[in-house]
Design a protein around this ligand. Structure first.
Ligand code: PLP
Length: 403
């Protein structure tokens, strides 16, 4: 039927997102009538705030429905500069910013615009899934930097120093981290940026997507703020998806040195062009409008985190550290490995654990292996309190039946 079809060699190196795969499986089971609690997807259950929706409708009414400039509408690029200065103490000019279709495209643009076959990127693990796959598309290799539960899954400066080699092009950093929730104090981040200062050819891609989801009064820091010497080789990436519950609007942005931004713009020009004009006006309202809802929602996420950590630590065989940020917990299921699931099947890996849990109790979570670490599972608490209570109760029941 598909005679003559073959994937390019570049695409053959890319694996699909396991997070999206399990979320889709959960949706299919739900559509088939099963009672499923979906704790796999990384998206807030909250609605986009009203002021942002109104800004989008106004943009439509004003006829703002034409192609935007490739790198973003000037008004949003200026709002991005204001955001970086106000919240991060970083001064950028609008020409040093780019708006893309989600944070994901900012990252893809940056890596695809700069990586060649044989290059390397160094990435802390557990870490978000897409960096490695985009690098693989480019023929570049990802060097994982192991982070350990005993260190709160924070990267040690010595591990960063040891991984850097002659082919290293990027250090990709994400705080608060998806999936571990690890975040860095000023001093912890300074210890990492001190290493980077000693390696002047390495660029820094910092994924600050969860900036506003930090708990217990912790302050957020980003590398170029802590070490201004890095400004000339750092891409600071962020977006509206998580903080403003705008996952479906598909707006992310980045700021960095102009040669990099221009290279990203060229790639975007010849692939997707500018991001949705309407969504850009909405994102401008998100950045410039009232911010109190962000803090209010962060407090709700903190309560949910506490609930989930407490309930999971009551489950036999799981140990759940208390994450500092983002909206995920990453409990270890090491004690369940080698034991039998309620189905009688052997749990050999954390993927088996996740699949058996979905099968037995209808709770969808993502296995740690998908993030390069484990045995563990990632549970998203960007879900209602009722869903979290029920989901955790089912996980407790499932674990109690493992023998
Ligand atoms: N970076 C991290 C760490 C994420 O978890 C995600 C989404 O899950 C993204 C980037 C992508 O964000 P967006 O939905 O804006 O493309």
């Amino acid at each position: 039927m598909a005679a003559g079809f073959r994937r390019s060699q570049a695409l053959s190196r890319v694996a699909p997102s396991e997070t999206i795969a399990i979320t889709q499986k959960a949706r299919d089971l739900k559509a088939a009538g099963r009672d499923i609690i979906e704790l796999s997807a990384g998206q807030p259950d909250f609605d986009t705030p009203d002021n942002i929706k109104v800004a989008a409708s106004r943009a439509i009414d004003r006829g703002m429905t034409k192609y935007p400039p490739v790198a973003g509408i000037p008004e949003l690029r200026e709002a991005i500069c204001r955001k970086f200065e106000r919240e991060n103490g970083l001064v950028y000019k609008p020409g040093q910013t780019i708006v893309s279709t989600g944070g994901k495209q900012v990252i893809a643009n940056a890596l695809m615009a700069t990586l060649d076959v044989g290059d390397e990127i160094v990435v802390p693990v557990p870490g978000w899934v897409s960096y490695e796959q985009v690098a693989a598309y480019c023929g570049a290799k990802t060097i994982p930097l192991s982070c350990h539960e005993a260190d709160g899954y924070k990267l040690r400066p010595q591990a960063l120093e040891a991984a850097i080699g002659p082919r290293t092009r990027w250090f990709v950093f994400n705080t608060p981290c998806n999936p571990s929730g690890a975040s860095y104090s000023y001093d912890e981040l300074k210890a990492l940026t001190d290493v980077l200062v000693r390696h002047p050819l390495i660029w820094v891609l910092t994924d600050d997507m969860y900036e506003h989801l930090l708990y217990d009064g912790r302050a957020f820091f980003t590398p170029a703020q802590v070490e201004p010497q890095l400004l000339e080789r750092t891409l600071t990436m962020n977006g509206v998806s998580k903080a403003y519950a705008m996952t479906g609007w598909r707006i992310g942005y980045g700021a960095g040195p102009e040669p990099l931004i221009r290279a990203m713009e060229l790639l975007q020009m010849q692939t997707t062009s500018g991001a949705s004009t309407i969504a850009q006006w909405a994102a401008m309202e998100a950045l410039d409008g009232p911010q109190d809802i962000v803090a209010a929602r962060r407090d709700v996420f903190q309560q949910r985190r506490d609930l989930v950590v407490r309930m999971l630590n009551q489950a036999p065989l799981l140990t759940c550290p208390r994450p500092e940020g983002a909206f995920y917990v990453f409990p270890s299921c090491a004690q369940a490995i080698g034991k039998k699931a309620p189905s009688g099947r052997l749990i050999e890996t954390d993927q088996d654990f996740a699949l058996e849990l979905l099968d037995a109790e209808g709770v969808a979570v993502v296995h740690g292996g998908a993030f390069g670490a484990g045995p563990a599972i990632r549970i998203s608490y960007a879900a209602s309190q009722g869903a979290l209570e029920e989901g955790c109760a089912r996980i407790q029941r499932f674990c109690a039946m493992i023998c």
